[in-house]
Ligand binder design. Structure first.
Ligand SMILES: Nc1ncnc2c1ncn2[C@@H]1O[C@H](COP(=O)(O)OP(=O)(O)OP(=O)(O)O)[C@@H](O)[C@H]1O
Ligand SMILES: [Mg+2]
Length: 409
């Protein structure tokens, strides 16, 4: 807190008109000096106050800016449920499902239609109309008629491929076999294992193999981009899958929405909880969904809430392990198929020298080797290039290069 600074006393001068001129001159001189010193003091005070005023003005500006951002950030999402004759609409807020009657005016009122997604403020006034719902759907879900990964592109996962075929592909392509024997195919298939080992590839390859529409949703995006809408997105996902059957739902990085419940009560957590509850309830009602298969993948199996692993939910677990030596050789062969490889390249040997590399790292190894050959102005990639590439990737790992560490456990 700053008080107004006390002002110096005003100098006064009582001139005796009777006194001799010399004395009066002296008195005037000294008065002048007094005035000068007061003036300096006042000037100094003024400077201090001006600079303080500037500081305060800056503070006001920044508070004003903060206020603006806070005002704009506190919009909530809602859907227009109904509208009355008199420019009133009923909106339903996402998340808490609260329904309110609110007035809209002017240009907005003309454009609002039932089913529109809108942004509302604290007092439920409609602020803007949001993009079409279908756009949001498309953003959150990636729909592919047939992804371009095939089983032949996956190295060293023969057993896992067979398991996925039995659990996902066969029920779609030969449902009668399951009916004849009288067994229910698994409800959901969960691929789990360390990063960069081919889980996402595997899911895409199944979709490629069948005529099914492949609908992919990334758990991390669901919680990051669609705050307040996660559970609705999950509902949409299953609805869309039913519309497009036969179809495969693939939820990648499912740990983001199905992590163990924690005690923390932050709204973010509550939101993730709601998304997961919706997922559980969709899965429970899954039996009557016909030709829709459900897959998910995670590299954080330890984090998953066990509720999603109960029978009738993700009840077939397929572990995708780090590649073995044979698998590493096979993965290297796959990723160098289109490369011009010199006769001296020995993949079995390279596989022995790449202990601990995962599929993604082996892919970058092949690319790096190719780069070394290009840099050397050669048209074939030699064993020495691969060795250099191994060394480069290993040094990168020590140097904690982000591109590499993304794939390290
Ligand atoms: N078994 C494999 N065979 C061939 N390539 C592989 C294999 N595993 C990984 N790769 C390569 O690594 C890349 C990443 O693989 P993918 O996305 O399937 O890993 P992921 O297991 O889903 O990893 P994350 O857990 O990090 O999501 C693929 O595009 C592919 O080029
Ligand atoms: Mg993946």
């Amino acid at each position: 807190m700053s008080r107004s600074p006390s002002l110096p006393d005003r100098p006064t001068l009582d001139l005796d008109p009777e006194s001799p001129p010399r004395e009066r001159l002296e008195a005037l001189k000294s008065h002048y000096v007094d005035i000068l010193s007061v003036h300096r003091e006042l000037q100094a005070q003024l400077d201090r106050v001006t600079s303080r005023r500037e500081d305060l003005q800056e503070e006001v500006d920044s508070l004003q800016r903060e206020n603006e951002t806070l005002k704009t950030a506190s919009l909530y999402l809602a859907t227009v449920e109904d509208r009355t004759e008199s420019d009133e609409v009923i909106v339903k807020q996402h998340g808490n499902n609260q329904e309110v009657l609110t007035e809209v005016s002017g240009e907005l009122a003309e454009r609002l239609e039932m089913g529109d997604r809108v942004a509302i403020n604290d007092s439920f006034a409609v602020q803007q109309i949001l993009d079409d719902e279908t756009d949001a759907r498309a953003q959150a879900m990636e729909i592919q008629e047939s992804p371009d990964v095939t089983y032949a592109d996956i190295g060293g996962l023969d057993d896992e491929i067979r398991e996925v075929q039995e659990a996902v592909e066969d029920p779609l392509t030969q449902p009668e076999r399951f009916e004849k024997v009288g067994v229910e195919p698994p409800s959901g298939v969960l691929l789990h294992g360390p990063p960069g080992t081919g889980k996402t590839m595997l899911a895409k390859a199944v979709a490629n193999q069948t005529d099914a529409t492949f609908i992919k949703m990334a758990g991390s995006e669901l919680v990051r981009k669609f705050i307040g809408e996660g559970s609705r997105m999950v509902r949409d996902l299953f609805e869309l899958a039913a519309e497009r059957e036969p179809s495969i739902i693939f939820i990648d990085e499912i740990d983001a929405v199905a992590a163990k419940r924690t005690d923390s009560k932050t709204s973010g957590d509550a939101e993730v909880q709601r998304t997961m509850m919706q997922l559980l309830s969709e899965m429970d009602g899954f039996e009557d969904r016909g030709e829709v298969r459900l897959m998910a993948a995670t590299n954080r199996f330890d984090m998953l809430d066990r509720a999603i692993l109960r029978p009738g939910r993700f009840d077939r677990l397929i572990e995708v392990p780090e590649p073995t030596r044979e698998a590493r050789a096979e993965i290297l062969r796959i990723h160098t198929q289109s490369m011009n490889i010199a006769a001296d390249v020995d993949f079995d040997r390279l596989a022995r020298e790449t202990e601990g590399f995962n599929g993604a790292q082996l892919e970058s190894l092949s690319t790096e080797a190719g780069m070394f050959a290009i840099r050397d102005d050669r048209e074939t990639v030699e064993m020495a290039d691969f060795r250099d590439a191994v060394e480069k990737l290993e040094t990168a790992a020590e140097g904690d290069s982000p591109a590499y560490t993304a794939y390290i456990q």
